[in-house]
Design a protein around this ligand. Structure first.
Ligand code: MG
Length: 187
């Protein structure tokens, strides 16, 4: 079967990593509980930053955030297991074009299975649906409501990677990647 995955906050724990980085850079000690209670994707509110200050903070640290964010627990191992079982694994990320090559290499360095023709990058959130349809995926995983909302008409199984900002969505969700292999046995 064909499995598609978003990268940021689906396979990589990007926002939590950024939150910890902001604490360090801003010399703050905002509790991780505040992070887990955020219902917005941007994290600047937790640090008392305005939208513009938050944008500047993100932009000036984007490189560091992108290329040092760790995978979620079990993500690498479970995707490797899928490939070893003969499944196909695809990556679909809206990171901008100038980040595509480094992002792909970063996945490889982290141990994710990245095969020829399996990495799609640089599209807008609302364009992901076209790639997902054209690839003929059986399963797709993403965290972002604005993306998940575009996939309801497609003939595939969509899961939300659970996060505080997508819990209002009535959709199958995966809390931890260790659940995935069990899900396959049920479906
Ligand atoms: Mg994402």
């Amino acid at each position: 079967m064909k499995f598609g995955f978003d990268i940021d906050d689906t396979l990589l724990n990007l926002r939590e990593h950024a939150f910890r980085l902001y604490n360090s850079k801003l010399n703050k000690q905002i509790s991780i509980d505040v992070f887990h209670a955020l219902t917005t994707i941007p994290i600047h509110d937790a640090f008392g930053l305005t939208v513009e200050e938050g944008r500047q903070m993100w932009n000036s640290h984007r490189e560091e955030i992108f290329y040092s964010a760790p995978p979620f627990a079990e993500a690498v191992q479970v995707l490797q297991e899928l490939v070893s079982q003969g499944h196909e694994v695809y990556y679909v990320t809206a990171r901008t074009v100038n980040h595509c090559e480094r992002t792909k290499n970063g996945l490889i360095q982290l141990g994710f299975p990245v095969q020829e023709g399996s990495f799609y990058c640089g599209m807008g959130d609302t364009e992901k649906v076209h790639i997902i349809r054209d690839l003929g995926l059986d399963y797709y995983f993403d965290d972002k409501p604005a993306v998940l909302d575009t996939l309801t008409e497609l003939d595939l199984i969509v899961y939300a990677k659970d996060n505080s900002y997508n819990r209002h969505m009535d959709i199958p969700r995966i809390m931890n990647w260790s659940e995935l292999l069990g899900i396959l046995k049920i479906n």
